[in-house]
Each structure stands twice: as C-alpha cells, then as structure tokens.
Design a protein around this ligand. Structure first.
Ligand code: APR
Ligand code: ZN
Length: 283
C-alpha cells in the first residue's frame, strides 16, 4: 500500500494534466450510502433499483404528478437528507490537489454537491446535482429555490416552466434512461481525452456512459523513441495516460487492466496521505 501511495504521488507530481473521477464510494465516509457496495442502497433494496429504472419514463409521461409526488415527500430520496451532509477528508484532498495546481478537473457521478462544498472549482457533475434544477428543453440550470415550488403546487401550477423557453423543469439529477446533459457529456469527454493521469475514486465503474471515460482515456496513444538491440531508434506507440484507482474493491477497470494499479482501501484515509506525499515530493 505505502509503495503504491508513493507511486501515485509521483505520478501526480509528474503529470501535466491530471483529472479526478469519483463515485458514491467517496461519500460513504460522509454518511451517504453507496449503491452496489455491501451496504449499498440497491444491494439492500433491489425493488428500489427496479423503481429507479422507471424514473425518467414516469417523469416524461406525467411531469406534474412526478413533481407532486416529490414535493409531498412521496418521491423519497434513497440517499437521505443531502442538505445536512458535509464533505469528508477524501473530498478535501481532491480540492487540495486542485489548489496545488495538480488536478485540473473533477468529474463526479455524485449528486450530493459535496465536491462543491469541499471547494473543488472545476467540477463536472455528470449525473447532476440534488441542489439544482434543469430545463429539459434548453438545458438551463437553476437553484432549487428559484421557483417557489410549494407555491406552484398550492396554485396547481406544476410542473415549473423555464423562464427562457417555457420548457419543463426537472431536478438536475439524471435519472436512469435520461440522456446525460450534452454540456457535461462533451466537457467530460474532452477532459478524458486530454488527461495524462486519471485518479478514479470510489466507483464500481459499472454505470455507462460514465464508465466509458477511463476506456476512452486508455485509447489515447503517444509515441516514444526506443533504441532497438541493433542500436537503431524506433518509435513505439504507448498509452498516453496513467490510470489510478482508489477503491474499497477491485472493479472491471482493475480486472480488465484498464487501470494501471488499484490502491485498495478507503478514499477518506488514502487520498489525504497521497496529498501529504505530493507535498513532500514538491518540497
Ligand atoms: N472508499 C473507497 N471505496 C469505497 C468506499 C470508501 N469509503 N465506500 C464504498 N466504496 C466503493 C464500493 O466498494 C464500490 O466499489 O465504492 C464503489 C461504489 O460503487 P457504486 O455503489 O456502484 O456507486 P457508483 O459507482 O458511484 O454508481 C454509479 O449508479 O446508481 C447509479 O446514479 C447512480 O451515480 C450512481 C451510479
Ligand atoms: Zn429552457
């Protein structure tokens, strides 16, 4: 473990464009359950997962009913009260790596807004944020309190409508079956294609299209000269990215060799140590 932590710190210090990818595992130490871990929401409640798969369809069929259920508390959030949770040392470590100029961007699957609360600036919320709303026509986003939702319900004015295009407003969180908002999808692809180090934290890497990002990065090649036995210089094409996983369990990325190495353990414990090592190397 120590050796791998040193290697990760070295890879980050030597990087020109490192990015972070995160999943529910980075927030479990903040008291939010993950989905597919041993005490994950779906692991414990497969029926809830089946219901979640109908989420976007139900919204599309009757957005008024969808909002009424949500506002009357019948639309329960599996993750508990996200207003009350606070970032843990894992979130703070990634924010600090950004401050040190090492992490150029964090792409998260989490809707809990904890990276934002920890101070990460260049953040892409791939599955949206529970604290925001979004117009499903023009993609404009709004704060939750910009619509007086309870009042709209009392006046039977649901669903809320976009002030710009009159499109229907939905929570910004991306439901199963809903397309990833194009702005976030494009920016994330660009980041995955640009990076030379990808630090993947707390995800089982089984949900697509997010799980494609490491595979896209792995595709990128760069050329390196090498001297053959006969002394002639040859150019070889090698992978242009180093992919590091920090996760409690191995994932398909580990098993398929998409990642270069896995540091197995808790993000809230390992990431702060990596930051300390980075600072030592930089001294
Ligand atoms: N430190 C490191 N890894 C952890 C920790 C921790 N403290 N806690 C849990 N893990 C690991 C689990 O072992 C698991 O491999 O994090 C991973 C979390 O995986 P999932 O529960 O599948 O969460 P995630 O990958 O983010 O899910 C992707 O699925 O349900 C949808 O939209 C939802 O964004 C979510 C998406
Ligand atoms: Zn709109």
């Amino acid at each position: 473990m120590e050796q791998l932590i040193g290697r990760a710190a070295r890879d980050l210090v030597d990087s020109k464009y490192a990015i972070g990818l995160t999943g529910a595992g980075i927030s479990t130490e903040s008291g939010i359950p993950d989905f597919r871990g041993p005490s994950g929401v779906w692991t414990k409640n497969p029926e809830a997962e089946r219901r979640a798969y109908l989420g976007y369809q139900e919204f599309s069929e009757d957005p008024k009913k969808w909002w009424e259920e949500r506002l009357s508390g019948r639309g329960q959030s599996f993750l508990g009260d996200l207003e009350k949770v606070i970032p843990n040392p894992g979130h703070h470590a990634l924010a600090e790596l950004e401050e040190l100029g090492i992490l150029k961007c964090v792409i998260t699957q989490n809707v809990d807004a904890l990276h934002e609360k920890a101070g990460t600036k260049n953040l892409l919320e791939y599955h949206g944020s529970f604290s925001k709303l979004r117009c499903i026509s023009c993609g404009l986003r709004f704060g939750r309190d910009e619509f007086g939702l309870e009042e709209l319900m009392r006046e039977n004015q649901l669903p809320p409508r976009c002030p710009k295009c009159r499109g229907v407003i939905k929570s910004d969180t991306v439901s199963f079956g809903e397309p990833i908002p194009s702005d976030v999808a494009h920016q994330s692809l660009e980041e995955a294609w640009k990076c030379d180090v990808m630090l993947i934290c707390g995800t089982s890497a089984v949900v697509y299209p997010f799980a494609n990002l490491p595979r896209i990065a792995r595709e990128r090649r760069t050329e390196r000269e090498k001297q053959t036995e006969t002394g002639i210089y040859a150019v070889e094409r090698i992978s242009a990215v180093t992919i590091i996983e920090v996760n409690a369990d191995p994932t398909p990325l580990t098993e398929e060799g998409i990642s270069d190495y896995l540091i197995q353990g808790k993000t809230g414990e390992i990431l702060p140590i990596i930051v300390e090592e980075v600072k030592k190397i930089r001294k």
